[in-house]
Design a protein around this ligand. Structure first.
Ligand SMILES: [Zn+2]
Length: 243
């Protein structure tokens, strides 16, 4: 298979950026405390993108695995395995099944006030926040909170868990006054043009790839994921090229 030069350039840039790829910088995560957030509209009119992931599959699948079934209508070996575990009906099998069941995760482009120079980033959040945001949009007092001229910023308060095993809390309070997305028409246009294509940020995996991820997770001794080894061989190739 021919080498994709665009990907090679991205890798080189990643090395120059001290290991941070462009896609690392695209993600935004709330910090503890308050932050002022503005949702940025997407071209297709739906800024709330839903993706379906499997988590808890070990170090090699950090960040989750896109579910081929829920996301693309293909077979999913992880879904099948999790249902089988659930049907076994023991406490242990049900516990593991629950940890592997598919989860919905939502993604929206955002600008963080005071950090505008960081550009448009993507915020990933869970169902409760999704329901809150959708509730705001459907509330006639707010309406299109992403409107570039008359939308609203909101204060997001992020509280780290106080006890072990608890979850962080995210609270959203919309501003009373509406505001523009950026200071003038030109700046708004720039922001809109910088909205990342969210669906390109995740790697689609075939049912066969997903099966090997599951197998490696269940039997780590069987060796690293084929994908990891191919990535490191590309890294080696680049080292040789730039040496
Ligand atoms: Zn699945």
């Amino acid at each position: 298979m021919a080498i994709d030069m665009a990907k090679m350039k991205a890798k080189l840039q990643e090395l120059e950026n001290g290991g941070k790829s462009k896609s690392d910088k695209v993600w935004w995560k709330p910090q503890e405390g308050d932050q002022e957030v503005r949702l940025v509209p997407t071209e297709d009119g739906d800024p709330f993108k839903v993706f379906h992931f499997h988590y808890n599959l070990g170090e090699g699948a950090r960040g989750g695995v896109l579910c081929p079934k829920r996301q693309f209508g293909e077979n999913c070996p992880i879904c099948d395995f999790a249902s089988k575990l659930w049907q076994e009906g023991t406490d242990d099998s049900k516990k593991m099944a629950k940890s592997l069941f598919v989860r919905q995760r939502f993604f929206t482009p955002v600008v963080i006030r005071g950090e505008e120079e960081a550009g448009v980033r993507v915020w990933g959040y869970g169902k409760t926040i999704y329901e809150t945001l959708l509730g705001l949009v459907l509330n006639p007092d707010y309406g299109d909170i992403t409107d570039v001229d008359s939308g609203v910023d909101f204060t997001l308060t992020y509280t780290l868990p106080k006890s072990k095993g608890a979850f962080p809390q995210t609270n959203l309070v919309p501003k009373r006054k509406s505001s523009a997305l950026a200071k003038n028409k030109g700046a708004i246009k720039e922001v809109l043009e910088a909205v990342p294509q969210i669906d390109t940020l995740f790697q689609r995996k075939s049912p066969a790839d997903v099966k090997s991820i599951l197998e490696s997770f269940l039997d780590p001794a069987a060796g690293p994921f084929p994908e990891e080894s191919s990535v490191s061989s590309v890294d080696e190739a680049i080292k040789e090229l730039s040496a």
